[in-house]
Design a protein. Structure first.
Length: 176
């Protein structure tokens, strides 16, 4: 309780001080870097595009004069084409990923074709019937068809361990 008068004075100062500051005009300006600033204390010497916002008014909307695009182009030129270099590196990385993916698809296609040929060359006997041979070859052919039509889905199913189940379900197969 001995701090109550102090807290009361502090609260009154905060309330009246805030309302007094809110009653002042608000100034805005753009600095040499093109950044807009707002202040209620005044303007610096290097301020450009100066304006005053009367009490209770909203700040002005920023208008795109097209100057920003010119400034961006100038910055890019002055930076020695760093943006162009970064874009070229990113394009090269995309190309490398695409080539790596193409090699992976070709390798997987070759593996499936080799496995289909191996199943076709298996001899039929007591432990390996014609039905088993046709079933296994059919699964591999459906996997190959999926790889050719939708490589991303093929590798996603393979990664999840669901490729055999997908092929066994006959999903994506067109039947007469």
């Amino acid at each position: 309780m001995k701090y109550a008068p102090f807290l009361l004075v502090l609260a009154a100062a905060a309330i009246f001080g805030t309302s007094w500051a809110a009653a002042a005009d608000l100034y805005y300006w753009t600095d040499e870097n093109g950044v807009r600033h707002y202040s209620n204390t005044g303007l610096p010497d290097n301020a450009r595009h100066v304006g005053t916002i009367p009490e209770g008014a909203s700040p002005p909307a920023t208008v795109d004069s097209g100057r920003d695009h010119l400034d961006d182009a100038l910055d890019s030129y002055q930076s020695g084409g760093a943006d162009a270099t970064r874009d070229a590196r990113e394009a090269e990385r995309r190309e490398q990923r695409s080539e790596r993916r193409d090699r992976e698809i070709a390798s997987e296609r070759q593996r499936l074709q080799d496995e289909i040929r191996a199943v076709d060359n298996l001899s039929i006997g007591k432990s390996f019937t014609l039905g088993m041979k046709e079933h296994r070859a059919g699964l591999l052919k459906r996997q190959l068809a999926l790889l050719n039509s939708d490589p991303a889905r093929y590798f996603d199913l393979k990664r999840k361990g669901e490729l055999d189940a997908f092929a066994a379900s006959g999903a994506g197969e067109t039947r007469p």
